[in-house]
Design a protein around this ligand. Structure first.
Ligand code: GAR
Length: 197
């Protein structure tokens, strides 16, 4: 049976677009909802243009009450009845209470070769460390930030004149290949990691 996928975004949603575009033909899943914590997230408009149901739940009125925000998020997600939740540039930390409800069904993409560089500013940190290789990871979400079983990784070289911006752009190209490849495999029930290139 075709799986239903909800995608959570906070920004432009370029990964979300690649995921939505990938879910056609014999793909085992379809996009059911794109949900954001920010009404102005550019990705919401793009998703609507692609014919996907969209919504937002602004985190700010919850004033730091994460469980209350997450309860609203959960309630909205349940309306869409997703089988799989994809975090795609969703920039809110989720508590164990939320994650536990979706564990085993929630994926995230992170712009580093985990376990290296959890959290923010991953590209600048890779450059500062003198790394010659950097990349991105898709993993199952567990209550520990940027942790959980790795479902795929893609590597790029770090070039001598890289800035965080040029490196981020090179990684993003690979994110756009990796996340759809992982989702297709995961939705088919195959949790073996995808390693690119
Ligand atoms: C992507 O680079 C993604 O890996 C990163 O945010 C960007 C979102 O771009 N995610 C994180 O840093 C999560 N910790 P997008 O909105 O164009 O997909």
């Amino acid at each position: 049976m075709t799986k239903r996928v909800a995608i959570l975004i906070s920004g432009g949603g370029s990964n979300m677009i690649k995921l939505v575009e990938s879910m056609t033909g014999d793909h085992p899943a379809r996009a059911a909802l794109v949900l954001s914590n920010d009404a102005n997230a550019g990705g919401l408009k793009r998703a609507a243009e692609m014919g996907i149901e969209t919504d937002f739940i602004d985190h700010r009125p919850f004033k730091g009450d994460r469980p209350a925000f997450e309860a609203a998020l959960h309630a909205r997600l349940m309306q869409a009845q997703p089988d799989i939740l994809c975090l795609a540039g969703f920039m809110r930390v989720l508590t164990a209470g939320f994650v536990d409800r979706w564990q085993g069904r929630m994926l995230n993409i992170h712009p580093s070769l985990l376990p290296k560089y959890t959290g923010l500013h991953t590209h600048a940190r890779a450059i500062a460390a003198g790394d010659t290789e950097h990349g991105c990871t898709v993993h199952e979400v567990t209550p520990v930030l940027d942790d959980g079983p790795v479902l795929g990784q893609a590597r790029v070289p770090v070039l001598p004149d890289d800035t965080p911006e040029t490196l981020a752009a090179r990684v993003l190209v690979m994110e756009h290949r990796l996340y759809p490849a992982v989702l297709r495999r995961f939705a088919a029930g195959d949790h073996r990691p995808v390693m690119l290139p």
